[in-house]
Write a protein that binds this ligand. Sequence first.
Ligand SMILES: [Zn+2]
Length: 102
Amino acid sequence: MRRVYTSDNVTKAWHIRNVLEQHDIQAVVKNEQLYSVAGEVPITECMPEVWVGDLFFARADQIIRDIENSAEPEGQDWICNSCKEVNAGSFGLCWNCQASAD
Ligand SMILES: [Zn+2]
């Protein structure tokens, strides 16, 4: 297994885990209590962590990035499919030709 996420917040770690499970990725939260899982991690590391199987790491990492990005009020700039103009992430429609962001 690999660690895909570390948080200082147990609630957030569990949120990440739940979202991953919704994507059929088995994930476990470690260090949710202030003692470590016996022998698996050093006792000094008590930040909550989310771990996934190696095969799922890349996908889980991407999903977590999406979660973190969507937490920001303004998303990333996007390029209009119709006229190729660059639009701010907060725009739902292209400023130039009114095409949908989707
Ligand atoms: Zn456009």
